[in-house]
Design a protein around this ligand. Structure first.
Ligand SMILES: *[C@@H]1O[C@H](CO)[C@@H](O)[C@H](O)[C@H]1NC(C)=O
Ligand SMILES: *[C@@H]1O[C@H](CO)[C@@H](O)[C@H](O)[C@H]1NC(C)=O
Length: 271
């Protein structure tokens, strides 16, 4: 009898607690529902190569998102650096002649939404990502073929190696500025027409189209570095190229990143 009484009493409290959960009122819908401006649509993704693993997502960003990133970055561009040698020190290089800047993670609503979409596409956690970097390549500017994975001890401390890169094109480029993968087996299969520059012929080339995004992996599924992920940015011949990069690590990048002193943050992010 006692246990039945207890049961009915707890049922009573259960019903009471459920009924006291406030359901969102109808006017709250717009505040509580997250409606992305560009829906994630896997049917717009094609696989370009398996070795390295390279995927192209058509229309990953809306024009509005591209323009937002460019306009917000424009005033903060600095000459791009490269990580060099064992120490991972950053230095200027003739190999990389663009200018760039970094946002902070989740810097505003639009950036947060883009970062969410990247995580959805890649299946890699937001926490493993570096902040988004925006790059501008003016006439003649380029980035010679290089790897995104690290070999120096300094950079490997932070979230382990880079697993993947999402490269988003923020502008159309009149001519040149292609992303080229010189070590890709499928490069021979690509028809090279007049719209591609001479540099693009050194490997599998992707023409920058505003809003499109490339995803490629620097590590193979067994976690060894993939030397086929070698890639470069061909010199811009006509117009200007704007891109945004998200590098994604093997593990969480936020915790060590927050612990770094400001000087180290600068050192770390300018690679
Ligand atoms: C939500 O926002 C849209 C667009 O601003 C508006 O048309 C709609 O009426 C809003 N819905 C509610 C329930 O307030
Ligand atoms: C990792 O995978 C690659 C390509 O499949 C293979 O050649 C290599 O031997 C593997 N390495 C290890 C340590 O398993």
């Amino acid at each position: 009898m006692g246990s039945l009484h207890f049961l009915s009493l707890s049922l009573f409290f259960f019903i009471l607690s459920v009924s006291s959960v406030r359901l969102p009122a109808f006017d709250d819908v717009n505040k509580t529902m997250h409606v992305p401006s560009v829906a994630f649509d896997p049917t717009r993704v094609t696989q370009l190569s398996w070795a390295p693993r390279v995927f192209l997502y058509k229309g990953f960003l809306s024009d509005k998102e591209c323009d937002h990133l460019i306009n917000k970055a424009r005033g903060y561009l600095q000459k791009s650096l490269v990580a060099a040698g064992e120490s991972g020190e950053n230095e200027m290089s003739e190999d990389r002649t663009s200018s760039g800047m970094f946002f902070t993670k989740a810097e505003d609503e639009i950036i947060t939404e883009i970062e969410d979409r990247i995580a959805t596409w890649t299946f890699l956690p937001i926490g493993n990502g570096e902040p988004i970097q925006v790059l501008r390549y003016e006439h003649g500017q380029k980035y010679e073929p290089h790897f995104d994975f690290f070999s120096d001890k300094y950079n490997l401390q932070f979230g382990g190696n880079r697993v993947a890169t999402v490269l988003m094109y923020l502008s159309n480029v009149g001519k040149g500025g292609e992303t080229v993968f010189p070590n890709t087996e499928s490069s021979l299969l690509q028809l090279k027409d007049e719209s591609l520059s001479e540099c693009a012929k050194m490997g599998y080339a992707v023409k920058p189209i505003k809003g499109d995004a490339l995803l490629f992996f620097s590590l193979r599924p067994n976690a060894t570095v993939d030397i086929k992920s070698l890639h470069g940015s061909c010199p811009v011949i006509e117009g200007e190229k704007w891109s945004a990069t998200k590098w994604i690590h093997a593990s969480n990048f936020d915790i060590p990143f927050k612990k770094l002193r400001k000087i180290d943050v600068y050192k770390l992010v300018n690679v």
